[in-house]
Ligand binder design. Structure first.
Ligand code: ZN
Length: 221
């Protein structure tokens, strides 16, 4: 099913969702918790558009493929094509800010990583990218210093601050656009802060993006 990004005021973005370009280990504390070294350049991967579902709807995690981990991430909606972009072009191309879960089949990923194989199938399955509505960038002054959080069953689990990113939003987009053309309707996931863990079945998730929005979602039992 085609996924059309939408804004908080319920208006739709003019195009359907393209690819979802993601970065691994963009927060030092998260690299540490998974015993990974801090990278010197961004580690990029792509989720297909078919991975997207609405974060506001009940989340359905795959049942039979081992542990499913949540990773809460700041999501950027791209409104202008970017190829070999400058930092200024990159920043100007972001039209929306939202939150996403980068759902990860951690056991599947660990097995593939151990063999030195690509771990796409641990991150790109249907439903692997619950994506919120977007707040328009022009409504959020100083969006490069935003913070966001996830609570599970009223317990605070993740706090992310854009200022703690190892690679800033413009740096990420410049780097991504050297490898892949970013197009209107593409979404960027900017990496997860520390606090990842198993997505508990039947849990209540509460998401907050600074003063911009907050909402509650259920995980199917
Ligand atoms: Zn992630």
């Amino acid at each position: 099913m085609t996924f059309i990004p939408r804004f908080l005021d319920n208006s739709h973005f003019g195009q359907s969702l393209g690819k979802i370009v993601c970065v691994g280990r963009n927060y030092a504390e998260h690299a540490k918790e998974l015993n990974n070294p801090v990278p010197t350049e961004p580690i990029l991967f792509i989720k297909p558009a078919t991975a997207a579902v609405r974060l506001e709807d009940t989340i359905i995690a795959p049942a039979i493929r081992g542990e499913v981990h949540y990773e809460t991430e700041l999501a950027l909606l791209i409104g202008e094509p970017l190829s070999n972009a400058t930092p200024e072009q990159a920043e100007g191309a972001v039209v929306g800010l939202g939150l996403a879960l980068d759902l990860t089949l951690r056991d599947v990923q660990a097995k593939l990583k151990g063999k030195g194989h690509p771990w796409e199938i641990a991150k790109g399955f249907d439903g692997a990218c619950p994506l919120s509505s977007f707040v328009k960038v022009r409504d959020v002054p100083n969006w490069d210093s935003l913070s966001f959080s996830l609570s599970i069953n009223e317990e605070l689990r993740q706090i992310g601050k854009a200022s703690d990113m190892l690679f800033s939003v413009p740096q990420l987009l410049v780097e991504m656009s050297r490898h892949f053309t970013l197009e209107p309707g593409d979404v960027i996931l900017t990496g997860t802060p520390a606090g990842v863990g198993i997505l508990p079945r039947g849990a209540t998730l509460h998401f907050s993006l600074d003063g911009a929005f907050e909402f509650t979602t259920q995980v199917a039992s």
